[in-house]
Structure formats: C-alpha cells, structure tokens
Design a protein around this ligand. Structure first.
Ligand code: GRF
Length: 197
C-alpha cells in the first residue's frame, strides 16, 4: 500500500509508521512526506531516506490555489492512501474528492467529541474523565468521516494539556500503525496489481 503522509509538527506518528515498516510490522511504502511548512516531521522523513516536499500556504494567493498545488503534488505520487499525521491544515472538498475514501486522519480525541484544532484543551476544559484518539476517513466536513479505529485514554486529575496530549499520542501512534496494517492487508488482498506477502 503506497502512502503519502502529510505532517505539520514533530512527526512522532510518522516516526511510528517508519519504525513499523522497518520492523516489517506493516506492509506500506511511504512514497513521500509532505508538509505546509518546514517541521521536524520532514527531518524524520529525510533521515529515513523518504522523498519530501513543502507546499507553504504563504506562497499562494489564496487557499483555493494552495489546495490545488498540494493536491497535484500528492497525486503525483499515485498513493493508495494519503495519511494526515498531525497535518494541521484543512483541505477543501475538491481535494477530498480527488482521493475518495482514501484519506486517513488521526485526531487526539474520541470523535465525534472534541473535533477541531484544540481537541485536548477542549476535552480538559469540559472535564471529561476519559478521552482518546481516533483514526478516521477524511470527508469534506472537518473531523467527521467514518471511524476506522479508536482508543480510550484516561484523564488524570491534575493533567496539563501537554501531559495529556503526550499520553494520548503514545496510544495514538499504536492505533495509527495498527489501522494502517489492517488497511494494507485489505488493499493488498483486493487489488491484484499490488504485491502480497
Ligand atoms: C497528534 O496528536 C495528532 O492527532 C494531532 O497533532 C498531533 C501530532 O503529533 N493533530 P506528531 O506531529 O505526530 O508528533
């Protein structure tokens, strides 16, 4: 299963995928890692010898043109799946329609609770005792697509946002790798053109 992974930050979810594929735990090929800005995630990809690209929003006159540029760049790698692994930009409906049912996002809450960019902060502010992470298909609405996998994570009394987010990310990395392993099995067992184990 050929992937393009998009990142915006530290890239620990990407690293978990790289480690899993090096260990033979998941049969994927990361064709490229893209970002909307220079970030540590890109360095992790470069260190693993993976092709990288950056499509900065600031270099385009508007979001529409940025979406088209990002879409063309991703499509040029002919991915079976596009993985948003801490990619902090919202893509438009046309972008989603080019890769129907083939974009996967990981989100640090138990969706449909706490969608959006501040999921961990919002969960803490609400006072939930359990939160978690969700791997889901991307649709045109933000954080709203079909759920592929979830994991619950307890919230401690005195949790700061960063502490809770780290606890979630630790579970989220395993969740994402396992979800991709399952998907890669489904893809390779239904597509006669893809290699099988
Ligand atoms: C993850 O919790 C992801 O769900 C959220 O941002 C975090 C990215 O972490 N959108 P990393 O860059 O993979 O370390």
């Amino acid at each position: 299963m050929r992937l393009v992974v998009l990142v915006s930050g530290s890239g620990t979810n990407l690293q978990a995928m790289i480690d899993a594929l090096h260990q033979g735990d998941v049969e994927v090929d990361i064709a490229a890692v893209g970002a909307d800005l220079e970030c540590a995630g890109l360095d992790r990809a470069r260190a693993a010898g993976i092709d990288t690209f950056v499509v900065p929003l600031s270099e385009y006159p508007d979001r529409e043109q940025w979406n088209r540029a990002l879409q063309r760049r991703v499509a040029s790698y002919h991915p079976d799946r596009v993985v948003f692994a801490g990619f902090m930009r919202i893509v438009d409906a046309e972008f989603v329609s080019v890769f129907p049912g083939r974009i996967i996002n990981t989100h640090p809450s138990l969706l449909p609770s706490f969608p959006g960019a501040h999921a961990v902060r919002d969960a803490l502010a609400y006072g939930v005792k359990v939160t978690g992470a969700t791997v889901h298909e991307v649709v045109a609405d933000v954080d709203a697509g079909p759920i592929l996998a979830q994991v619950a994570v307890p919230v401690a009394e005195d949790d700061a946002e960063a502490v809770l987010h780290e606890r979630i990310k630790s579970a989220e990395r395993t969740l994402l790798v396992n979800a991709l392993a399952k998907l890669s099995w489904d893809v390779t067992s239904t597509d006669p053109d893809l290699p099988r184990s």
